[in-house]
Design a protein around this ligand. Structure first.
Ligand code: DLZ
Length: 196
């Protein structure tokens, strides 16, 4: 029997799912491959490109509020379809905060089945790291339990840039954790539908 360090892989059909991704722009050289790994597994699982919505925020600290707003905006939008309001409008996103690394796209209709929050926190010389890591983890869990939507924890909290690279597949032989996040979103999105 083959044992895996991460979750033992399972195959799920994500063709009926809508997935949101919100990523921070700090440490973008690490974020970029994580985002690519995440999207690759979503697409491989059958999620349609048009059903993957990507938004960005400045840093990981902003992830919980962004996930919460994106989710509620998509709920409002689905209950008032045709009103012309998009989840992107309600999140307050605009083309001016987007970077070239992201394929930030227009928000199509319908609520999300799962939202993936991606950030990379690297410990510095001050206590910033501890405060942000703790608050972001707790904030994302709170949003997930308060809303009932699976929020996938795609936040690396590492001591060095090399540790981050080793989790983004940037060091030969290393694994890109973004792939696990994409698969987790599909599995949890489907489970959420079955529990509804
Ligand atoms: C301020 C800060 C620091 C020191 N380090 C990081 C980091 O390693 N990763 C990250 O995503 N964001 C960092 N930030 C920015 C905060 O998350 C936040 O964007 C700002 O404090 C503004 O609220």
């Amino acid at each position: 029997m083959v044992h895996h360090k991460g979750p033992a892989p399972q195959q799920h059909d994500g063709s009926g799912l809508r997935i949101g991704i919100i990523h921070a722009r700090w440490n973008d050289a690490i974020i970029e491959p994580l985002l690519e790994g995440t999207k690759a597994k979503l697409l491989e699982s059958g999620v349609k490109e048009s059903n993957i919505v990507v938004q960005t925020v400045p840093g990981s600290w902003e992830l919980p509020i962004a996930v919460q707003r994106l989710y509620s905006a998509s709920q409002v939008q689905s209950s008032s379809a045709g009103s012309g309001t998009s989840a992107g409008d309600l999140l307050g996103s605009s083309t001016t905060d987007l970077t070239s690394l992201s394929t930030d796209n227009a928000v199509s209709t319908g609520p999300f089945d799962a939202i993936i929050a991606i950030g990379v926190l690297i410990k510095g010389e001050t206590m910033h790291f501890e405060y942000i890591s703790d608050s972001v983890s707790q904030g994302l869990m709170r949003v997930s339990l308060d809303t009932g939507i699976p929020v996938i924890f795609g936040v690396l909290t590492v001591l060095t840039e090399d540790q981050a690279k080793a989790r983004a597949g940037l060091i030969p032989g290393s694994h890109n954790h973004g792939e696990d996040w994409g698969l987790a979103a599909v599995e949890m999105g489907l489970k959420r539908k079955s529990w509804a």
